[in-house]
Design a protein around this ligand. Structure first.
Ligand code: HEC
Length: 133
């Protein structure tokens, strides 16, 4: 079957319109920020590895955000708004969606308090290097 170019164009426009309807007009849905990478303390560098293994899938590389979770290098998460305890609680108990539309965060089991401490150190050093905090 031979499909003419105008017909293809009409189909492409229709498919694009359908995609907008299905996604609510959000392209990809994620929120991403540019994260400047500082040189890290040893503790933060341990946190970097733990973050990559446990948090990055949703919070993106270096906490820059992804399609599945918000950026943590963001003024919402600066220390006087989400203190270190908020990070420990998020990991232990999960988070009910309230700031964004990504859905809930499930608890991340198997991380000790010390390990979460390293992750927090990493996030705080990134935040500071990016003018947050
Ligand atoms: C499966 C996806 C996912 C993973 C994995 C994940 N998070 Fe989250 N996280 C989320 C989402 C989504 C939110 C935003 C909830 C909202 O709408 O406020 C969130 C929110 C948070 C918050 C904010 C808590 C608050 O009180 O508002 C912190 C802190 C956090 N995450 C830290 C972490 C850390 C640290 C890790 C790794 C140990 C991690 N997250 C792993 C999805 C994830």
């Amino acid at each position: 079957m031979k499909i003419s170019l105008p017909v293809l164009l009409v189909l492409a426009v229709l498919a694009g319109g359908l995609a907008v309807v299905l996604t609510g007009g959000r392209s990809g849905g994620g929120v991403r920020v540019d994260v400047k990478l500082p040189s890290l303390s040893a503790a933060a560098d341990r946190g970097r590895h733990l973050f990559a293994d446990n948090c990055q899938a949703c919070h993106g590389p270096h906490g820059a955000g992804s399609d599945s979770g918000p950026p943590l290098i963001h003024k919402i998460y600066k220390p006087n708004h989400h203190g270190d305890q908020a990070f420990h609680l998020a990991v232990q108990r999960g988070v009910r969606a309230h700031h964004w539309n990504f859905g809930n965060m499930e608890p991340v089991p198997d991380l000790g308090r010390g390990e979460v401490g390293h992750i927090i150190r990493y996030v705080r050093e990134l935040q500071r290097a990016n003018g947050i905090g």
